[in-house]
Design a protein around this ligand. Structure first.
Ligand code: UN1
Length: 508
């Protein structure tokens, strides 16, 4: 496997790094990484010990003192170079994402492109960390605000976007002047090391100190060290609602800051007044892309009753033709799920929805014959359902699409919003009134709401995140950078008197 060598991740790897330096040769505990393509072991990675963790934090604290004093546009230039290095390694890294996580190669490449895009965005942002100037009520006083870095930024990311979500956080946090401690998923530890190796080249070329881009590896325990660590003022966590709730509680307990990007239960409302073919294609990408394992995956379809059967049949036709198989093959559109647990969860959800009375319209089978026997392959499923069934209210991280019927738009919006999560949403309609209603204050309650664009595949330029149990955080573009900085309001008196605000007289 050429790309493993090119990315420097063959054999046993240290999962702990302060930049160029990798610690952890003495660590006994290791995580083996398996490809979900055929369940063979790729390599293994040492788990970060408490001593190594302390060393990382200490090094990061020292690095922060230096990094925060480097002018932001110069930090931006480092991020520009990281973007250039990622461009050089795009094919290898995209291939590794596919190999370790299982998404198809096109999506692996897309994920690396998302990293490159956020680097470009962050370079521009590095010259735009704007604060406001406001008129003071006192004569010859100047009042303004400025944004300073927070310090150590903890980034906890998930298996399904093993490199892009880290970059959204890390590249923005870096231009803001923070130093990063990254813990990726135990299911995709090699992606973390490969990214670390790429960043290390830039750190070396620029003679930067250890401790700016740090990597730790491990499970829940390492995550808990981070959430409870007062030396880390901000934790940005992406993953399940259960994990986010724990992180939120622990960080709130020490009055730290969080950015949470948790589960979605994303729906598309399909109006009768729609371009049905376009809708069907967008639905297919949203529901089966990444084998239903994006937090933005389309999980519920809320379809106008008049077109319900037509759309259902069209989707079955499309699903029938979707090639499932090795995600490294160019023709494949659906690769494996991440592991056996994910397959079991999908099967359990399908059992449950059918017990409730849902009709399995298509798919759902585990594909365990011939060359697919060793991997975690499934046929994406389409099921009729009611929105209020317990299983439909859950985010099952699998390619299951629930079909729900509606009669009028108000009912559709009520059904749409009647879940605990609030990440991404969309409506397919050619009717301006319907579109604007869906986007208005009485429309979608999600952080992302689209018209004639599916729920997944957001561009990096917008703020990414959602409401309710999705956690409320915003990452990536727009003004999400502010969450990685602290605002300071400054007042300067350049007069020879000491007037007090609010006209208070205090004559001492
Ligand atoms: C995620 O699944 O955690 O919008 C992130 C999308 C991608 C990011 C998904 N750009 O689907």
């Amino acid at each position: 496997m050429d790309f493993l060598r090119k990315l420097g991740i063959e054999g046993t790897n240290s999962g702990t790094s302060t930049g160029q330096e990798f610690l952890g040769s003495g660590a006994k505990e290791k995580i083996a990484s398996y490809t979900p393509i055929d369940n063979t072991q790729i390599a293994d990675v040492t788990v970060t010990t408490r001593e190594e963790y302390e060393q990382v934090i200490g090094t990061a604290q020292e690095a922060f003192k230096e990094w925060r004093m480097i002018p932001a546009p110069k930090r931006g230039d480092i991020v520009r170079q990281i973007g250039d290095k990622l461009r050089e390694h795009k094919e290898y890294l995209g291939r590794l994402v596919t190999y370790e996580m299982g998404k198809i190669y096109q999506e692996g490449l897309g994920e690396v492109q998302e990293m490159i895009d956020i680097c470009d965005f962050a370079v521009g942002q590095s010259r735009m960390l704007y604060g406001k100037t406001m008129p003071s009520e006192r004569p010859r006083h100047r009042m303004y605000e400025q944004w300073h870095p927070l310090g150590l930024t903890g980034i906890i990311s998930a298996f399904n976007f093993p490199v892009a979500v880290y970059s959204w956080n890390a590249m923005i946090a870096a231009v803001a002047g923070n130093v990063m401690i990254w813990k990726g998923s135990e299911k995709t530890p090699l992606c973390g090391i490969a990214v670390q190796n790429i960043i290390a080249k830039v750190l070396k070329q620029n003679n930067l100190p250890e401790g700016i881009f740090n990597l730790v590896t491990g499970g829940r325990e390492v995550g808990e060290w981070m959430s409870s660590d007062e030396r880390i003022p901000l934790i940005s966590a992406t993953g399940s609602i259960r994990m986010g709730r724990e992180v939120a509680r622990t960080v709130a307990g020490r009055l730290g800051k969080t950015i949470l990007e948790l589960g979605g239960n994303n729906a598309i409302i399909v109006s009768r007044d729609t371009d049905l073919e376009m809708a069907a294609r967008a639905i297919a990408f949203g529901a089966v892309g990444t084998c239903g394992q994006r937090c933005t995956s389309t999980r519920r379809l809320i379809i106008h009753e008049e077109i319900f059967d037509t759309l259902k049949e069209r989707l079955v036709e499309i699903y029938r033709d979707i090639p499932i198989g090795n995600p490294l093959d160019n023709d494949t559109l659906v690769g494996p799920m991440i592991d056996q647990q994910a397959v079991d969860n999908m099967q359990q959800a399908l059992d449950e929805v059918q017990k409730e009375g849902g009709e399995l319209v298509y798919g759902g089978q585990v594909l365990d014959k011939n060359q697919l026997a060793e991997g975690h392959y499934v046929r994406p499923a389409i099921v009729t359902a009611q929105n209020d069934w317990d299983i439909v209210q859950e985010e099952t991280f699998a390619p299951i699409l629930y079909l729900i019927q509606y009669t009028d738009l108000d009912e559709a919006i009520t059904l749409h919003n009647d879940v605990r999560q609030g990440l991404s949403s969309s409506m397919f309609t050619l009717n301006l009134r319907e579109a604007e209603t869906f986007l208005s204050a009485r429309g979608s309650d999600c952080g992302i709401a689209n018209i004639n664009v599916g729920t997944s595949g957001a561009e990096i330029g917008g703020a990414f995140g959602g409401e309710k149990e999705t956690g409320g955080g915003r990452e990536s573009g727009s003004d999400a950078w502010k969450a990685y900085m602290r605002r300071q309001t400054n007042t300067i008196n350049w007069s020879d008197e000491l007037p007090l605000a609010q006209g208070i007289e205090f004559n001492v």
